[in-house]
Design a protein around this ligand. Structure first.
Ligand code: ADP
Length: 257
C-alpha cells in the first residue's frame, strides 16, 4: 500500500490563477500507470486552485460572517475542478482512478482531522481502484469550517490504512538545509530524523495557507511514527515518481524515526 502526494506546486502553475499544469499531470499519470504498483492512494494539493480562493474568503480561520459560506463553496468547487482534471488524465493513462471528495466523508475539530470513515476508502482500494483525494474546504465542529491540507489527510490515511510507503512529490529535490528557492547554498538532506525537524530545516517561511514545508514535515512525521517509509522527491524530474513508486533508490529525502 502506497500513498502518493502530488503537491499543488506540481499539478498547477502556482502564480497563475486556476491554471492546471497539464503537461506535468499528463507525464505523472503515465509514470503512475507504468510503475504499475498498486494498491495506491493519490492525494493532491490545491496550488493556484484552492489556495487563492480560500485565502480571499478567509476559510482557514473559520466562519466569522455569513458571506463566507459562498467562499467556502467556491473553495471546494475550485478543488473539484482541479481534481476532475487530474482524475480524467489518470483514467486516460489507464490508472483506475476514483475521485473522493474529502468534505463529503470527514470533518475537522479545531482544524485537525476529527471524524473520517477510512473503511470507505479501503473498500474502493479493495475493488482495485485508486482513490484520488485532495486538500479541501471541510466542515469543522468548532469553527464551522476549515481548510484540511492534503498533507494532514495523508498522515491520517497512512496510519489508518497501514501504508508501507508515502511519497511526497513536490517542486524541489527534497528537504534542504534551508529554502532552496531563496538560498542557492542550501543543501539537500538525504535523511531527516523526524525527531529533529526544526533544527534540521532552518527557516521554512512559506506563503501557503496550510503552512508550507514545516507543516508538511510535521504531518509527514506522523506517518513515519505510524510505520510508513516516507520519502520526499522532486515530481518535476521525469522518472523520479515512477522510480519511487517502484521502490527504487531515488534522489530525495528519506524521513526516519
Ligand atoms: P507543495 O505545493 O508541493 O505541496 P509547498 O509549495 O507547500 O509544497 O512546499 C514546497 C516548497 O517549500 C518548496 O518549493 C520550497 O520553496 C519551500 N521550502 C521551504 N523551506 C524548505 C526546505 N528547507 N527544504 C525544501 N523546501 C523548502
Amino acid at each position: 500500500m502506497q500513498i502518493l502526494k502530488l503537491g499543488g506546486s506540481v499539478v498547477t502553475y502556482k502564480d497563475e490563477y486556476m491554471s492546471a499544469h497539464t503537461e506535468n499531470i499528463e507525464r505523472l499519470a503515465k509514470e503512475i500507470a507504468e510503475a504499475d504498483s498498486y494498491p495506491l492512494v493519490i492525494v493532491h494539493g490545491g496550488g493556484s486552485f484552492g489556495h487563492p480562493v480560500a485565502k480571499k474568503h478567509k476559510i482557514a480561520e473559520g466562519m466569522v460572517e455569513n458571506s463566507q459560506i459562498y467562499g467556502f463553496s467556491a473553495t471546494h468547487q475550485a478543488m473539484v475542478k482541479l481534481n476532475e482534471i487530474i482524475v480524467d488524465t489518470l483514467l486516460e493513462a489507464g490508472v483506475p482512478a476514483f475521485a473522493i471528495s474529502p468534505s463529503s466523508m470527514l470533518n475537522t475539530k479545531g482544524k485537525r482531522l476529527h471524524e473520517l470513515d477510512t473503511g470507505l476508502v479501503k473498500d474502493y482500494i479493495e475493488l482495485g481502484m485508486v482513490p484520488v483525494l485532495y486538500g479541501d474546504a471541510v466542515l469543522d465542529s468548532e469553527q464551522s469550517f476549515a481548510i484540511l491540507s492534503g498533507d494532514q489527510l495523508i498522515a491520517k490515511l497512512s496510519n489508518d490504512l497501514g501504508a508501507d510507503r508515502v511519497i511526497f512529490g513536490s517542486d524541489v529535490d527534497g528537504i534542504f538545509t534551508n529554502n532552496p528557492k531563496l538560498n542557492p547554498d542550501a543543501e539537500l538532506i538525504e535523511k531527516v530524523s523526524v525527531g529533529n525537524i526544526e533544527a534540521n530545516v532552518g527557516d521554512t517561511t512559506h506563503t501557503d495557507v496550510t503552512g508550507g514545508m514545516l507543516g508538511k514535515l510535521s504531518e509527514a512525521a506522523e506517518a513515519v511514527k505510524g510505520g510508513a517509509g516516507v520519502i520526499m522527491v522532486n515530481a518535476f524530474e521525469a522518472g523520479r515518481v515512477k522510480a519511487a513508486l517502484r521502490g527504487e533508490k531515488v534522489i530525495g529525502t528519506l524521513l526516519t524515526l
